[in-house]
Design a protein. Structure first.
Length: 74
């Protein structure tokens, strides 16, 4: 099992978190998604999967869910 955390911008409410969770859960091998919502800031999305998930796949799922983006890491 692999657990990865991603910093995500653009989420403002519970509906946003639900949309992101739904899209990420559909990625192959993903078994669990948890969102620590920071409305209007950088939310932390933790993905548990059978093997590491590619950042590009996560970014594509975020885009599909709405206007959400991986935050650049400093």
């Amino acid at each position: 099992m692999s657990t990865q955390s991603f910093s995500v911008t653009g989420m403002t409410c519970g509906h946003c978190a639900h949309a992101v969770t739904q899209e990420l859960t559909e990625l192959p091998g993903v078994t669990e998604v948890e969102v620590d919502l920071v409305a209007g800031g950088r939310s932390t999305v933790t993905v548990t999967s059978e093997q590491p998930v590619d950042d590009a796949a996560v970014a594509a799922a975020l885009d599909e869910a709405g206007d959400y983006r991986l935050a650049a890491t400093p």
